[in-house]
Design a protein. Structure first.
Length: 127
């Protein structure tokens, strides 16, 4: 990198890149504005650097009974109008999605990845 080169990180309201810690906690809505939950964390492919999943936290009350489901990143779009991420999946599909424990930190199985993508009927991020 040349001396004096600077990187500029832009927030969702300015387009471009956003730091992962700003994505965590961001609310998730349906297109009509119905609140679904929030992004608990991102899962990033270590080899490619691509975001594979957003772990969506939803349901429960004050964090008790909350489900944590990995949702393929390709299903989410940031909406300036909603002030959060937008996803359009049926309630049944979301409730039936494979869940993870909040303490789970790693992914070790391509089979698991395939199961998640098949559940949401989208191509794998690795393809």
């Amino acid at each position: 990198m040349e001396q004096g080169t600077q990187f500029r990180v832009l927030s969702p309201d300015g387009g471009g890149l956003i730091p992962s810690d700003r994505v965590q906690g961001t609310e998730v809505f349906r297109s009509g504005g119905e609140h679904i939950g929030h992004i608990d964390r991102l899962m990033i492919d270590k080899e490619t650097g691509r975001v594979a999943y957003a772990v969506l936290a939803f349901g429960g009350f004050l964090g008790v009974g909350e489900r944590h489901c990995p949702v393929p990143w390709s299903l989410l779009r940031y909406s300036d109008e909603l002030g959060g991420y937008e996803i359009n999946v049926a309630d049944e599909q979301l409730r039936g999605a494979p869940a993870i424990e909040p303490s789970e930190k790693s992914w070790t199985s391509r089979e698991r990845d395939q199961h998640i993508h098949e559940h949401f009927n989208v191509p794998g991020y690795w393809v």
